[in-house]
Write a protein that binds this ligand. Structure first.
Ligand SMILES: C[S@@+](CC[C@H](N)C(=O)[O-])C[C@H]1O[C@@H](n2cnc3c(N)ncnc32)[C@H](O)[C@@H]1O
Length: 201
């Protein structure tokens, strides 16, 4: 069953009091989906990691705990940036974490700036998925990896996401290989984490 329009809008861009509740809820409901990416793409203390659409910050927390050299989070929601800025003000103050308001389709970063990129439950909101995949490939370092996590069916329950199509689109965008791991939990049913790598040909 499709979620009410108000909730779909909040998932795409959390705002206001309802948005605060949605961000809180997302951290709980998406726990399983936010654990898988770091299992399939581990990070080390020399890495520069990026998360796209961090929402309530559940995965940012795990990325910071893994101790990379630096972490950048990108969001379109001003509320998500305010909430997460307040929670991680110490990491921001130490220069470990930077939060940037930007659309994933066009980001203010140099080519190859990040060794790992994580993105969970955001693909559903991109009008042009191929454009975003090209942008993600541009900012991925050579030898870097992207972990894209998504449910089999998006929140509107209309569009379904097929891992082999996602893998092919990532290769078409410039990544050199892509493979998918499946997961399942009571909140999100079946979900996928597609890892795309950018290696030297
Ligand atoms: C459904 S929430 C997922 C949040 C978190 N990743 C999780 O799984 O719990 C989607 C988030 O992506 C953000 N978002 C949507 N479109 C975006 C875009 N084009 N660029 C960056 N962030 C975007 C929204 O503001 C929202 O916080």
């Amino acid at each position: 069953m499709s979620l009410p329009k108000l909730i779909l809008e909040q998932l795409a861009n959390p705002a206001g009091l309802t948005g605060r509740l949605v961000l809180h809820r997302l951290n709980k409901a998406n726990r399983g989906m936010n654990e898988l990416p770091l299992r399939v793409v581990p990070i080390s203390n020399t890495d520069h990691a990026l998360e796209i659409g961090f929402g309530g910050g559940a995965l940012l927390d795990k990325i910071l705990s893994a101790g990379p050299s630096s972490v950048v989070g990108v969001e379109t929601s001003d509320l998500a940036i305010r909430v997460v800025s307040s929670r991680y003000r110490h990491a921001i103050g130490r220069g470990k974490l930077k939060l940037v308001r930007s659309d994933a389709a066009s980001m203010p970063f140099n080519d190859g700036a990040f060794s790992e990129i994580f993105c969970v439950n955001v693909i559903y909101f991109w009008p042009d998925v191929d454009q975003v995949f090209q942008e993600l490939c541009r900012v991925t370092a050579t030898s870097g990896q992207l972990a894209m996590c998504y449910q089999q069916r998006g929140p509107d329950q209309v569009i379904s996401y097929n891992p082999s199509q996602v893998e092919q689109s990532l290769i078409d965008a410039g990544f050199t290989s892509a493979a998918t791991t499946a997961g399942e939990d009571k909140w999100n049913d079946r979900f996928y984490c597609t890892v795309a790598s950018k290696t030297v040909e």
